[in-house]
Design a protein around this ligand. Structure first.
Ligand code: ARG
Length: 458
C-alpha cells in the first residue's frame, strides 16, 4: 500500500510489531460500514463515478459476506483490518478498488471504526446493566421485609432490610448506566473526512457520512479528530467504575456465602467444587468478578498511559488503544452476566439473617432515639445512657430487650416499659421511614418507582 517510497521490504520484526490485524479484525463490521458510507458520499459528490461507487459498494458487501462466513484472514503483510479489506476488494473488483481511499486516511478511518465499536459497547453495557437492575429490583421486592444486620466497618450497626441493601446496588448500577449513556452521547461525532490530519482538498460532505453512520454530526477539528481517544477512555472509565460496583457486590456474596455468615446459598450453576475437599462449594464466579475489576482498571490505566505523552496528531502508539478496550469490554460483559445470574438465583437464608440482626446490640440506637423522643433527653446524653445499658447486657450475655425494667430504671429512671416496643429489630427498621431509609414501606416505594423506570409496569 505504501511501497512506492521504499527500496526494501520490512524485516520480520517490523512486520510483526506493526501488525494489528490479530486484534483489529474485530472492527471489520465497522470498517465495512464506514467504507460504504464514504464511497456513497464520494459517488454523490461526483468525486468518483456512480459506476465505480456502485462497484465498490457491491465489492464491500462481498468482502463482508466472506468475513461473515470464513472469518477475517490474518496476513501480517497487510498490517490491519483497513488494508486487509482494501486488498481483498482489489482482488474482487480490480483497479476501481483503489478509488475507495480517495479523501480519507487510515487515521480518520480507524478513529471512525473504533468510535462505532465503542458506541456499540456502551449500548451493550447498558442492556446488560438494565437486566442486572431488573434482577435486583425483583429480589428487593421479595425481601422488602426481610431483616438483616446492616454494617459499618463490617461490624453490626443497625438492622436493615435485605430489599434495602439490594436497592443500594440498583442505585449504583443506575449511575453506571448514566455514565455509559453520557460517554455515548459525547462520542457521537464522526471523525471521517479529517483524512490524515489536516482535512482534504476534495469536495467531500462530512455531514452526509456522519448521518449515514448514525452520528449527530462531524467532528470540528481535523487534528483532534484523528488524535482523540477520549471516547475510548470515557468508555474505560465507565467500565472501571462499573466493575468496582460489581466487585463490591461480588464481595458481599462471597462474605454472605461463608459458613460463619451463612446468609446465602449460591446457585450451583455459578459455583464450583473442590478437587480435594468434597464438602466445598466455592464462590468462584463472584471471586472472578472481583478479580476482573482489577484487570479492567488495568485496561484504563494502560490506555491513559499510552495517550498521555502524544503530541498531535496521530502516532502509531495509538494502535495500542484497541486491546485494552476489547479486553475490558469482554471482562465487563461476563462480570455483568455473572452478577445478574447470582442476584436472580441466590437463595437468601432470611432466618439466619434475622437472627444475626438480633446480635451485636443492633437496636442500641433505637434505645437512644427513644430516650430523646419520649424523655426529651439530648441525644449525646441518651447515647451515654444507652452505652451503660449495652455494657450491662454484654456482661450478662443477653440482648438489650432481655434486661429487666428494674435494671434499666437503675441506669436511668426516665426509662419505662414502653421502651421494649422500640427495641425489636422490626420496630427498628419500621422506624427508619425517612426518605431513602430502610423501612419496608420506604423500600416498597423505591421498588415501585424502579419498576416503572425499568418498564416493568405499564
Ligand atoms: N492500524 C492503525 C491503527 O489502528 C491504523 C492507522 C494507521 N495509520 C498510519 N498512519 N500508520 O492505529
Amino acid at each position: 500500500m505504501w511501497g512506492g517510497r521504499f527500496a526494501a521490504g520490512p524485516s520480520a520484526i517490523m512486520r510483526e510489531i506493526n501488525a494489528s490485524i490479530p486484534f483489529d479484525k474485530a472492527l471489520w463490521r465497522q470498517d465495512i460500514a464506514a467504507s460504504k458510507a464514504h464511497v456513497a458520499m464520494l459517488g454523490a459528490q461526483g468525486i468518483v463515478s456512480a459506476d465505480d461507487a456502485a462497484l465498490i459498494a457491491d465489492g464491500l458487501d462481498k468482502v463482508a459476506a466472506e468475513y461473515e462466513a470464513n472469518g477475517v484472514p490474518e496476513d501480517w503483510d497487510l498490517e490491519d483490518i483497513h488494508m486487509t479489506t482494501e486488498s481483498r476488494l482489489a482482488e474482487l473488483i480490480g483497479a476501481a478498488a483503489g478509488r475507495l481511499h480517495t479523501a480519507r486516511s487510515r487515521n480518520d478511518q480507524v478513529a471512525t471504526d473504533f468510535r462505532l465499536w465503542v458506541r456499540d459497547a456502551c449500548e451493550q453495557a447498558d442492556a446488560g446493566l438494565q437486566a442486572l437492575q431488573v434482577a435486583l429490583v425483583m429480589r428487593a421486592g421479595e425481601h422488602a421485609d426481610s431483616i438483616m444486620p446492616g454494617f459499618t466497618h463490617l461490624q453490626t450497626a443497625q438492622p436493615v432490610t435485605l430489599g434495602h441493601h439490594l436497592m443500594a446496588y440498583y442505585e449504583m448500577i443506575g449511575r453506571d448506566r448514566s455514565r455509559f449513556a453520557d460517554a455515548r452521547a459525547r462520542m457521537n461525532r464522526c471523525p471521517l473526512g479529517a483524512a490524515a490530519l489536516a482535512g482534504t482538498g476534495f469536495p467531500i460532505d462530512r455531514f452526509r457520512t456522519a448521518e449515514a453512520l448514525g452520528f449527530d454530526g462531524p467532528t470540528d477539528n481535523s487534528l483532534d479528530s484523528v488524535s482523540d481517544r477520549d471516547f475510548a477512555l470515557d468508555y474505560l472509565m465507565a467500565a472501571a467504575q462499573c466493575s468496582l460496583h460489581l466487585s463490591r457486590l461480588a464481595e458481599e456474596f462471597i462474605i454472605w456465602a461463608s459458613q460463619p455468615f451463612g446468609f446465602v446459598t449460591l446457585p450451583d450453576s455459578l459455583s464450583t467444587g473442590s478437587s480435594i475437599m468434597p464438602q466445598k462449594k466455592n464462590p468462584d464466579a463472584a471471586e472472578l468478578v472481583r478479580g476482573h475489576s482489577g484487570r479492567i482498571a488495568g485496561c484504563l490505566t494502560a490506555l491513559m498511559i499510552t495517550m498521555k505523552g502524544l503530541p498531535l496528531a496521530y502516532s502509531k502508539d495509538m494502535q495500542d488503544d484497541k486491546p485494552p478496550v476489547f479486553e475490558a469490554a469482554g471482562l465487563l460483559a461476563l462480570s455483568i452476566a455473572a452478577m445478574t445470574g447470582m442476584v436472580a438465583k441466590a437463595a437468601f437464608r432470611t432466618p439466619r439473617m434475622r437472627a444475626a440482626a438480633e446480635l451485636g446490640y443492633a437496636t442500641a440506637t433505637d434505645l437512644a432515639d427513644w430516650l430523646v423522643r419520649q424523655a426529651n433527653i439530648p441525644f449525646r446524653e441518651a447515647h451515654h445512657i444507652t452505652g451503660s445499658a449495652v455494657k450491662l447486657a454484654e456482661s450478662r450475655g443477653v440482648a438489650l430487650d432481655q434486661l429487666p425494667l428494674a435494671d434499666l430504671k437503675a441506669i436511668d429512671t426516665r426509662i419505662d416499659e414502653r421502651v421494649y416496643a422500640a427495641l425489636s429489630v422490626e420496630a427498628s427498621v419500621a422506624a427508619r421511614a425517612s426518605h431513602g431509609g430502610t423501612a419496608p414501606v420506604e423500600v416498597r416505594k423505591r421498588v415501585a418507582e424502579a419498576r416503572v423506570a425499568l418498564g416493568l409496569e405499564d
